[in-house]
Design a protein around this ligand. Structure first.
Ligand code: ATP
Ligand code: MG
Length: 437
C-alpha cells in the first residue's frame, strides 16, 4: 500500500529530484551527447557491439556477483521488494553483472567470445559530493570468452585512444595504474599471510578493518583511512605470491602496453572494490578532480560467469564514470562544441504559414537545422529571438517573397552582410550554404 498521507500535500510544494540524482539539462546535455558520440565511434572501430540491459535486476545477481563483503553490497544498493509479487530487486549499481546475466540467459557465448559495450545509469546510495552521485552514468566494455592477455591490453588501449580523441593528454591529465590479483589459490596463500600480518597489528586497525580482516582482508589494503597506511604499506604483497602462469599473463599485458608506449605504474595495492576480479586490474586516475580521482576502472573476471550460473568463460572489461569524465574535460579546458542551429525562420504573417512549414520540411530533409518562430509577433521581436537563438541565418518569409516562391536569407553573424533571395522550389540547390554556416 502506498502511504498516500505521506505523499499528498495540500500546499502543493514543488517537488524536487531525489538527492544525488541530477537532471541533465541543455546545454549541458549537448556535452553528454558529444561525449557519447565519441564513445560510440570508438566502440565501432574496435568491434564492440552495444548491449542494453534492464536498470532493475534481481538483488541476488549483485550479491552473488559482486560479493557480500563489498562496499556496494553492504551499504550502497537501492534494493526493494516488488510489492506485486515479493521479488527482491535492486537498481543496478554497476554494469558487469547484468551483462553477464544477459549473455548467459541468451547463450550468447555459445559460438565464441563477444565484445560488448554499454552506456547507462547506475545507482549507489553514497554520500553525494563532487564526483560522487546516487544516480551516475557509466560507459563500460566487457570482452567475454577471451583468455587474454591480448584482450586485457586491448581494452586498456581503447581507453588511451579515447583520451586522445577527447583531447586529453596521457601523463598530464590521466595516468594508468596496473596490478595483478593472480588466481584464487595464489590469493589464498597471500590471504593467510595477510591475515597474520593484520593480526600482528590488530591494535592499529579501525573498526572496518577489524570487521573485514577475516572476511575480505584484501579490501583492508584499499582503506582510505590515513592512520592505517603504515600497516598497509608493510603488508605482504600479492605480487610475491603469483605463480609462473599468472606472471606470464601479467607480462603479456605489459609487453603490449610497453610496445604501444602506454606509460603505467604498477601499484601492488590496487585491489578494486568488487570480489570478482582476478589477474589484471587497472585504474585510470587523474589528479585534477580531488579525492574522486578514478575515472575508469576495470580488470579481468574469469570466475564471474560461472559464479552466476553460466557455462565457465573468462571475461575482462572496465567501467568509466561519465560525470567524472566530463568534469575532467572541463577542468582541462577542453572546448566542447555546442550544437549549431543553422537558421531561424521569421514569419511576418500567419497567412503563409502552411507554405512556410512545407518549405522548412524541405530544408530539414536537406540537412538544415531550422527553428520556426512560434506564433505571431512583431518583426522586431522575431529578429531578437533569431539573434538569441545562435542561428547563423534568419529566413524571412515575407508575403511578397512567398508569393514569388522565395525566401529572404539574412546572415546574422557578420554585421555588414545584406540579405538575398533564394527559391523555395529548389531548396536542395542552396541548402548547403546554410549547412556550412
Ligand atoms: P570509488 O573508489 O570512487 O568509489 P569505485 O571503485 O566504487 O570508485 P567502480 O565501481 O569501479 O568505482 O566504478 C567505475 C567508475 O564509475 C569509477 O571510476 C567512477 O568514475 C564511476 N563512479 C563510481 N561510483 C560513482 C558515483 N557514486 N558517482 C559518480 N561516479 C561514480
Ligand atoms: Mg565506490
Amino acid at each position: 500500500m502506498l502511504e498516500l498521507n505521506r505523499i499528498m500535500d495540500p500546499k502543493k510544494t514543488p517537488l524536487q529530484a531525489v538527492k544525488g540524482m541530477n537532471d541533465i539539462l541543455p546545454p549541458e546535455s549537448a556535452r553528454w551527447e558529444w561525449f557519447e558520440a565519441k564513445v560510440r565511434s570508438l566502440m565501432q572501430r574496435y568491434g564492440y557491439a552495444n548491449l542494453r540491459t534492464p536498470i532493475v535486476e534481481p538483488t541476488a545477481l549483485f550479491v552473488r556477483g559482486l560479493g557480500e563483503v563489498t562496499d556496494i553490497v553492504e551499504k550502497e544498493m537501492y534494493s526493494f521488494e516488488d510489492k506485486m509479487n515479493g521479488d527482491l530487486l535492486t537498481l543496478r549499481p554497476e554494469g558487469t553483472a547484468g551483462v553477464v546475466r544477459a549473455m548467459t540467459e541468451h547463450s550468447f557465448l555459445r559460438d565464441g567470445g563477444k565484445r560488448l559495450f554499454y552506456i547507462g545509469a547506475m545507482f549507489r546510495h553514497e554520500r553525494p559530493q563532487k564526483g560522487r552521485l546516487r544516480q551516475f552514468h557509466q560507459v563500460g566494455v566487457e570482452a567475454l570468452g577471451f583468455t587474454g592477455p591480448d584482450v586485457d591490453a586491448e581494452v586498456i588501449l581503447m581507453c588511451r585512444q579515447l583520451w586522445r580523441e577527447l583531447g586529453l593528454v596521457e601523463g598530464r591529465d590521466l595516468r594508468l595504474e596496473l596490478n595483478s590479483l593472480g588466481q584464487p589459490d595464489e590469493r589464498g596463500l597471500h590471504r593467510l599471510a595477510l591475515i597474520s600480518h593484520l593480526e600482528q597489528h590488530v591494535d592499529l586497525l579501525d573498526e572496518e578493518a577489524k570487521r573485514r580482516m577475516y572476511s575480505n582482508p584484501l579490501r583492508v589494503l584499499d582503506t582510505k583511512n590515513p592512520a592505517l597506511q603504515a600497516v598497509v604499506e608493510a603488508a605482504p604483497q600479492l605480487m610475491d605470491f603469483l605463480g609462473a602462469e599468472s606472471l606470464a599473463h601479467f607480462n603479456g599485458v605489459r609487453a603490449v602496453l610497453d610496445a604501444a608506449g602506454v606509460a603505467y605504474r604498477i601499484n601492488p595495492r590496487l585491489v578494486r572494490g568488487m570480489d570478482y576480479y582476478n589477474l589484471t586490474v587497472f585504474e585510470w586516475v587523474t589528479d585534477k578532480l580531488g579525492a574522486q580521482g578514478t575515472v575508469c576502472a576495470g580488470g579481468r573476471y574469469d570466475k564471474l560467469i560461472e559464479q552466476l550460473g553460466g557455462k565457465p568463460a573468462p571475461g575482462v572489461g572496465w567501467g568509466m564514470g561519465i560525470e567524472r569524465m566530463l568534469m575532467l574535460l572541463e577542468e582541462t579546458g577542453q572546448i566542447l562544441p555546442s550544437p549549431t542551429l543553422h537558421a531561424y525562420a521569421i514569419v511576418p504573417s500567419a497567412q503563409g504559414l502552411p507554405q512556410v512549414m512545407v518549405a522548412l520540411e524541405a530544408l530539414r530533409a536537406a540537412g538544415v537545422s531550422v527553428v520556426m518562430h512560434p506564433g505571431q509577433s512583431s518583426m522586431k521581436s522575431q529578429f531578437k529571438k533569431a539573434d538569441a537563438s545562435g542561428a547563423a541565418y534568419a529566413l524571412v518569409f515575407g508575403e511578397d517573397e512567398l508569393a514569388q516562391g522565395q525566401v529572404a536569407v539574412k546572415p546574422l553573424r557578420n554585421a555588414g552582410a545584406t540579405q538575398y533571395l533564394r527559391s523555395l522550389v529548389s531548396v536542395d540547390d542552396w541548402a548547403a550554404e546554410l549547412r556550412n554556416a
